[in-house]
Design a protein around this ligand. Structure first.
Ligand SMILES: [Zn+2]
Length: 444
């Protein structure tokens, strides 16, 4: 058996992890797992002033949104301001859009971050850009029916170009330099439309309404098929000059490690993503579900189940992935003086199978005092973090120059096509193009 190149200081084989784990210093209690949807604030609760952080700017400079249809784009994306929402009212409604390779989700969100109405469809498995955007626009029309949102926030898988309003999601081949915001503006005319990365949106969502509300310097990471990240620094999102800051998955954790699709070696994503951990486990003798015939799919979920059952290679795969994640996290903490990391994404739902070794590894790799205060907590908003963050970006785009649309009047939201929530269909079943949206009219 050929082992992959070692990750410095990390277990290479199951036998390597049987030794005593490094002693972890006392950690602050983890944030308890919260609801999977933004339900913490009762409906109708006025917007919470976002000024709890004394180091933040008291009020954002009223600027016109970078990507507003009414303005000329500037040369850099507008950061999502998290200090206050001076131009919204409790009756303000914004539209939040979350675009990923598996699903497209849209929600109508109030000024407190509560999802009033939500729908999602599988991302069409099509190479035809208009087919994919057609599915999105139909979903927007359903969710926004009867209500004129004051702004639209779009969180998209990247790379993105917030200045030009284009996206090139790696997992959506139909879109390359696709003018997404032009389509959204045409569907929801006359209001600001802003674009941020999906992982940045998730970080902003967790900071605003999820597990990171007490943080002033937060890294949100999403561990899934790939690994993404977003930064909230001084309680403001930091998208960077091109809108792509926080690409946590492509921090190099092991310069001699496995090749990454980005072209580098040993990126965190190449070691700790679900497929990467599964590949490593299989190459090191993991036999899913042993004993017994294996007829189930093979992926991170199965790997987590076997790790939970004590399968040594599966446990080692998570230890190895956690060590790579920790290397990246500690590096970012040293650079950015982080106080919290929020871990979300499909792989993170394996719970302590990942978070346990991750906390131990972060503690073992943290030596500077200011880094050791870092808290590692699970995400609280589940799959809705991106929508909540996109809504926050939309609210941030409101300014005195934004004429209030009818939606700011206290008109009660009418449910649209009440249907039971259905699981997302496999992408392959959506290859014909647009699927009927699943609408969740009211979330409580
Ligand atoms: Zn990479």
């Amino acid at each position: 058996m050929t082992l992959p190149p070692p990750l410095s200081g990390l277990p290479r084989t199951p036998a390597d992890i049987t030794g005593p784990a490094p002693a972890a210093p006392p950690q602050p209690p983890a944030h308890p797992s919260g609801p999977t949807r933004a339900t913490a604030t009762p409906s109708g609760t006025p917007a919470t002033p976002y000024n709890r952080h004394p180091t933040t700017t008291p009020s954002p400079t009223p600027t016109t949104p970078t990507n507003s249809a009414q303005t000329t784009p500037t040369t850099s994306p507008t950061p999502t301001t998290l200090t206050s929402t001076p131009y919204s009212t409790p009756a303000t409604r914004v539209l939040a859009v979350d675009i990923g390779g598996t699903k497209l989700a849209v929600a109508l969100v109030d000024a407190s971050g509560e999802l009033l109405r939500r729908g999602e469809v599988p991302t069409p498995d099509s190479t035809d850009g208009p087919v994919v955007v057609g599915a999105l626009l139909e979903l927007i029309a359903h969710v926004a029916e009867g209500v004129a949102p004051a702004a639209v926030g779009v969180g998209s898988a990247g790379p993105i170009d917030p200045v030009r309003g284009t996206v090139s999601p790696v997992n959506i081949p139909a879109w390359r330099d696709f003018p997404l915001l032009d389509h959204v503006r045409a569907a929801v005319p006359g209001v600001p439309v802003v674009l941020i990365g999906d992982a940045v949106a998730a970080a902003v969502g967790e900071h605003w309404r999820g597990a990171g509300t007490a943080s002033t310097a937060l890294l949100g990471i999403v561990v899934s098929t790939g690994i993404g990240g977003g930064l909230v620094l001084d309680s403001r999102s930091y998208p960077g000059p091109t809108g792509n800051a926080g690409h946590f998955g492509h921090i190099v954790a092991d310069p001699l490690g496995p090749e990454c699709p980005c072209g580098a070696r040993g990126c965190v994503e190449a070691i700790a993503s679900g497929p990467a951990m599964t590949r490593w486990a299989l190459a090191n003798g993991w036999r899913p579900g042993e004993p017994g015939p294996s007829v189930r799919p093979i992926g991170a979920r199965e790997l987590a189940a076997d790790a939970r059952a004590g399968a040594p290679v599966a446990v080692a795969a998570f230890e190895r992935g956690a060590a790579a994640l920790a290397a990246g996290i500690v590096s970012v903490a040293a650079i950015c003086d982080l106080d919290q990391v929020v871990v979300g994404g499909g792989v993170s739902r394996s719970g302590e199978i990942l978070l346990g070794p991750l906390r131990r590894q972060v503690a073992a790799q943290s030596h500077l005092g200011f880094v050791r205060r870092l808290r590692v907590t699970p995400a609280a908003l589940g799959g809705d973090a991106g929508l909540v963050g996109a809504a926050r970006a939309a609210l941030s785009a409101l300014s005195p120059s934004t004429p209030p649309p009818p939606s700011v009047q206290p008109v009660p939201v009418q449910p649209v096509q009440p249907q039971p929530v259905q699981p997302v269909q496999p992408v392959a079943e959506a290859s014909a193009g647009v699927s009927a949206p699943t609408i969740l009219p009211e979330i409580r």
